[in-house]
Write a protein that binds this ligand. Structure first.
Ligand SMILES: Nc1ncnc2c1ncn2[C@@H]1O[C@H](COP(=O)(O)OP(=O)(O)OP(=O)(O)O)[C@@H](O)[C@H]1O
Length: 342
């Protein structure tokens, strides 16, 4: 069974127009004018159980609106939607017991209560049997290092501590699908890494399906095998991260420092037939560009090490953020191998 199935999903908002000036404001009082915003524009995709899928796009692309429809907070304008076999907005009570949600910008914990009391309240909301709750809690406390935090009021936690508690809260009922909206926002690199490790491990152990919205492309690199990219409410890419990188990435670059001065002609000769390009910054420093899908870094270095004195080197890979920028610039990408224009 697919964990998430979406077909022709659409959400329009009616937004009030504000007319200009005093006259306009007075006219607005008597006759409101509205215009439509299409936040999600007939999108379709399905996500199998156990997949970690990144859901990305620029601000206002329609990510949060999708997540809100998938979690039953918003009712779609049109289209089909099944999550865990449920229509989220119709069967809310049953449905929410089977999903977990973290909105990085908003808390689901009670601000003035101790963390453990929030967890106990959630146990009641989700109707988790006491035994299951206790064993699940023990595991989460251990994995997310929460033992010191359990009796502190939520308002006294640091952002990173709170986010670890938010994750535990969203998982206390062992949901099979988790929606994470910006779960690492504002966190330092250490906490980010811990959270990524935890999510990966949870996915492997329990086969939890995760839909992850993020602006941090490192999250995607660390976790997601698949990426769905939205632009202006439409899906502009749906496929593997590797394919995204291969198609849109510029490959790798090796920046080399030489112990003795070098000439580009000699270096080019050494790497002849490999399809790489050289550029010399000065006789002691050169850069090799390796297009994706050609040769490996070690193959290139293999040709050089015995011929050239290399004193230092740095390998640079095109970041996913650059790739995304590139796609936005051209306004098109491939969905399932078919060229789609945004
Ligand atoms: N309740 C609402 N009423 C009117 N318009 C809305 C509402 N919610 C969202 N929108 C509009 O719908 C579009 C998509 O917004 P959405 O919040 O889904 O984007 P997003 O991709 O999550 O952006 P961000 O990364 O900034 O969170 C935007 O143009 C936004 O202004």
């Amino acid at each position: 069974m697919q964990a998430i199935e979406v077909e022709g999903l659409r959400k329009e908002f009616k937004v009030q127009k504000n007319r200009e000036g005093l006259k306009g404001a007075i006219r607005d009082l008597f006759k409101r004018e509205y215009h439509q915003v299409v936040a999600v524009d007939d999108i379709s995709f399905s996500i199998p159980q156990g997949e970690i899928c990144g859901y990305i796009g620029e601000n206002g692309a329609g990510k949060s609106t999708t997540i809100k429809m998938l979690t039953g907070i918003l009712v779609p304008t049109s289209g089909k939607l099944l999550v865990n076999g449920y229509v989220p907005y119709k069967e809310r009570e049953e449905f929410v017991r089977r999903i977990g949600v973290v909105f990085g910008q908003r808390s689901q914990l009670w601000w003035d209560l101790g963390v453990i009391e929030s967890f106990q309240l959630l146990r009641k909301v989700y109707r988790v049997p006491q035994n299951d709750f206790q064993s699940r809690l023990n595991e989460l406390v251990d994995r997310l290092q929460l033992s010191e935090l359990l009796h502190r009021p939520v308002r006294k936690l640091s952002l990173g501590q709170r986010m670890r508690c938010e994750l535990a809260a969203s998982l206390i009922h062992n949901p099979s699908i988790v929606f994470l909206d910006e779960p690492t926002i504002g966190l330092d690199i250490v906490v980010k890494t811990e959270i990524r490790e935890f999510l990966k491990d949870m996915n492997q152990r329990y086969g939890t399906t995760i839909l992850l919205t993020t602006h941090d492309l490192q999250d995607i690199e660390a976790l997601c095998s698949r990426v769905i990219m939205l632009d202006a409410g439409k899906v502009i890419y749906d496929g593997s991260l590797d394919h995204l990188k291969e198609t849109w990435g510029k490959g790798k670059e090796i920046v080399l420092q030489f112990g003795t001065p070098q000439q580009i002609q000699r270096l080019s000769k050494l790497t002849e037939g490999m399809g790489v390009q050289w550029e010399m910054e000065h006789p002691f420093q050169g850069t090799i560009r390796i297009p994706s899908g050609t040769v490996s870094v070690s193959q290139v270095l293999g040709r050089l090490v015995h011929e050239v004195e290399i004193s230092d080197m740095k390998i640079v890979e095109t970041g996913t953020d650059e790739i995304v920028r590139e796609i936005y610039k051209t306004g098109s990408a491939e969905v399932d191998g078919v060229k789609v224009h945004a």
